[in-house]
Design a protein around this ligand. Structure first.
Ligand code: NAG
Length: 155
């Protein structure tokens, strides 16, 4: 006799769900599908199979979007220079990059540092300094993203 191979119930996803009938066990070769909740990005395959050794093929992740942590300075996103409120919902997708402007005090110019959204976290580079409300409202042209970029007009 060949012992029947079964997989135990598949893992639950914290921000997604299983498109399958819930059962106590699944047979080898059975396929199940995962979906992510609205606003979450599927990372991995949505199709998971009960393998011949009784384990499931790798389970995907549902990755969260990231809120842009800067507010009073523009950022570079999708090759555009935007105020964070101009980016849809002020949020970017998992895996997307955002560049923040930092100030080179000595040379009085700005440079950018890129950061990447990973599952809800978009780290601000340590050199980023959020402008004060007054700077932002009254002296917008002196906000770090609006001053001269270090790469232009310098020898
Ligand atoms: C089961 O089989 C898969 C695919 O052949 C393999 O990647 C995995 O490591 C195996 N798992 C165990 C516990 O043997």
């Amino acid at each position: 006799c060949i012992p029947a191979v079964h997989c135990s119930p598949p893992l639950e996803l914290s921000h997604g769900y299983l498109v399958a009938v819930q059962r106590k066990q699944y047979e080898a070769g059975e396929v199940i599908y995962y979906l992510c909740r609205k606003g979450f990005l599927l990372d991995g395959s949505n199709r998971v199979i009960c393998q011949s050794n009784g384990t499931w093929s790798p389970t995907p992740f549902c990755r969260a979007r990231c809120a842009i942590p800067a507010q009073r300075s523009r950022v570079l996103y999708n090759k555009q220079k935007l105020w964070p409120y101009e980016v849809q919902g002020g949020q970017v997708q998992h895996g997307e990059g955002v560049s923040f402007f930092c100030r080179d005090e000595a040379r009085r110019c700005s440079y950018t540092i890129q950061s990447e959204c990973f599952d809800g976290t978009l780290p601000l580079p340590p050199c980023y300094d959020e402008p004060t409300w007054l700077q932002y409202k009254l002296f917008t042209d002196r906000v770090v993203s609006e001053i001269k970029h270090c790469d232009e007009g310098n020898q």
